[in-house]
Design a protein around this ligand. Structure first.
Ligand SMILES: Nc1ncnc2c1ncn2[C@@H]1O[C@H](COP(=O)(O)OP(=O)(O)OP(=O)(O)O)[C@@H](O)[C@H]1O
Ligand SMILES: [Mg+2]
Length: 210
């Protein structure tokens, strides 16, 4: 389970979508992208603007909030979102298999749920997610100050944390924003801790090394 954290517009969705897309395209890996913030069309448009061809990745399904609401109503009526979503994901796993999963975003899920005991409920939800035995990307929006915001418990529970962030730089007389990517945590792996510049353009997602 990997937390993909970053401020608005830092390419969190694009980063996770891109991984699921290429896994589906190249290996036929079954992926499910749960998009609670953006509609399916909006996510696909963003992917297209980055040079991907969503219609080609047959094994990747996108479930957006509208469709999820409809399915949850049909199967179990109003319930709390953590339990409802976990049950729905288990059903998907059984019906079609899920090798890779993206949940976009934790913030949206928090907003939909009336959380009584956040730590315990999240803990239980994570247990349910682990039972899916899928490589899971959890997307979390962080405040611009660089902290991880409301995800402290997620930081402990996640096996890995990818931090996408942006920094203002002076370019001549103007200011611009540069993108960076850092691997903050990856259990069981000795990895570098550098913040690498991330260059994104149509058809290119380049992490700049030394
Ligand atoms: N063709 C492109 N080349 C480079 N960057 C692009 C291109 N198209 C869109 N972008 C950038 O992608 C950003 C949005 O990416 P994405 O939706 O993945 O970010 P996010 O971190 O998920 O944002 P949010 O917090 O709003 O969900 C835009 O703000 C824009 O700067
Ligand atoms: Mg997003």
């Amino acid at each position: 389970m990997v937390l993909v954290a970053g401020p608005p517009g830092s390419l969190k969705s694009s980063f996770a979508y891109r991984i699921l897309y290429y896994e589906a395209l190249e290996r036929g890996a079954k992926g499910l992208y749960v998009s609670l913030e953006q509609s399916r069309e909006s996510l696909q448009n963003q992917a297209q603007s980055l040079g991907l061809q969503p219609e080609k990745a047959d094994a990747l399904r996108i479930l957006d909030l509208r469709q999820l609401r409809r399915e949850l109503r049909e199967t179990q009526g109003p319930r709390d979102w953590f339990t409802g979503l976990a049950a729905q994901l288990a059903r998907y796993k059984e019906e079609m298999g899920i090798e890779l999963l993206a949940l976009d975003s934790l913030n949206a899920l928090y907003a939909l749920t009336d959380v009584q005991e956040p730590r315990r409920e999240l803990f239980d939800f994570f247990e349910d997610l682990r039972e899916l035995e899928a490589t899971t990307f959890l997307i979390g929006e962080t405040p611009r100050d660089g902290s991880f915001g409301p995800f402290h418990i997620v930081e402990f529970l996640a096996d890995g944390i990818v931090h996408l962030h942006m920094k203002e730089v002076e370019v001549g007389l103007t200011r611009s924003v540069r993108r960076y990517i850092a691997l903050v945590k990856l259990r069981g792996v000795k990895h570098d801790l550098d913040h690498h510049p991330l260059i994104v353009d149509k058809d290119q997602f380049e992490i700049v090394g030394e």
